[in-house]
Design a protein around this ligand. Structure first.
Ligand code: AKB
Length: 326
């Protein structure tokens, strides 16, 4: 459990996971104890619910000043460039993902931060990895710069655990589906966009082939995994920075079929682009037994329950004229 005096920093707070993790942490620990940071301005709701600081994670100085100012003890380091954006600008992806993490770990070591969470991704795997039920400990040979930074990040975090006794933890997230904030620049983003397009236009042009199957997770399960892993007894953990976690696996066609059960006139066409090659290099499904055994991971949502809830929440926003979609 987090002692009441510990102050928490979230980087990338305006992103897909940050936008929902910050309110969840504020609910548990109190608004004033969760410092949201991002390079961009967050939503008024997030900025208005507690402290917000502008932060470029590639600046060690800015990061150090914020850690000292707020006496930060726990960091959720979510700022990152995802797979599709990373392929358009590999140099930027390296700078943000690697230098950002290095800054967080070094600042934590120097300034007495006790615990760091940094998400990894299924992007650590590559074409040489077994694609079905991908094991926890297996070949990591990614073909994207995002995957390269995530493999290096897992190892760097593990190094700080062993060398400096810093408590660094992380999950390899699959695609994350959320009704609140859109993802930015990933290969799994289609699985969120399809819901918005289904509700608004009843049509969607998918950038992956219909048979492309990927592991996925609904946001409430994503938040649950982060909070459960961070609260787990350190002495029970054999892994730290690289837990496989999953909740469901489906192909693009299977997701469309599930949506059609609720919206029978929904139609999808498939026009694969450069993201197809990225998806083809990733697992179809992953084995998350280590997470289940070491810290009790257990998802609540499968494809049917997630789809019903996404359509209900987004449909209601649409009826109220509040469905923001670019
Ligand atoms: C992406 O598609 O890049 C991310 C991920 C799987 O890490 N959603």
């Amino acid at each position: 459990m987090t002692p009441d005096s510990d102050t928490i920093l979230v980087t990338g707070a305006a992103g897909q996971i940050g936008s929902e993790l910050v309110p969840a942490l504020r609910k548990i620990h109190g608004d004033s104890r969760v410092i949201a940071t991002d390079i961009i301005q967050p939503s008024p709701a997030l900025a208005g619910s507690g402290p917000f600081e502008k932060l470029d994670v590639t600046s060690r100085q800015e990061l150090g000043e914020i850690i000292k100012k707020h006496r930060i003890k726990i960091i959720y380091h979510l700022a990152a460039i995802l797979s599709a954006t990373g392929e358009k600008s590999p140099q930027k992806a390296w700078e943000v993902n690697m230098n950002g993490l290095y800054n967080v770990l070094e600042a934590s070591r120097e300034l007495g931060v006790k615990q760091v969470f940094c998400p990894s991704s299924i992007a650590v795997f590559g074409p040489a990895t077994p694609r079905v039920n991908t094991p926890q400990d297996t070949i990591l040979s990614p073909t994207t710069i995002y995957g390269v930074t995530k493999v290096a990040g897992e190892h760097l975090g593990e190094y700080y655990v062993r060398k400096y006794n810093l408590d660094v933890r992380g999950c390899r997230f699959p695609g994350i589906i959320s009704s609140e904030t859109l993802p930015g620049g990933g290969t799994t983003d289609y699985a969120v966009a399809i819901f918005y397009e289904a509700i608004i236009h009843r049509r969607y042009t998918c950038f992956l082939k219909p048979e492309t199957r990927l592991p996925m997770m609904y946001m409430p399960d994503c938040l649950k995994s982060i909070l459960t892993l961070m609260a787990a007894d350190f002495n029970r953990l054999k892994h730290h920075t690289n837990f496989n976690v999953t909740a469901m696996s489906f192909s693009a066609a299977e997701l469309a079929t599930e949506i059609k059960k609720h919206l029978p006139d929904f139609e999808v066409e498939y026009r694969p682009d450069f993201r197809q090659a990225i998806a083809d290099s990733w697992p179809e499904s992953i084995d998350d037994r280590a997470a289940r055994e070491e810290w009790g991971w257990q998802p609540d949502y499968d494809l049917a329950r997630m789809t019903a809830e996404m359509l209900q929440i987004l449909g209601e926003k649409h009826r109220q004229g509040k469905l923001a979609y670019p």
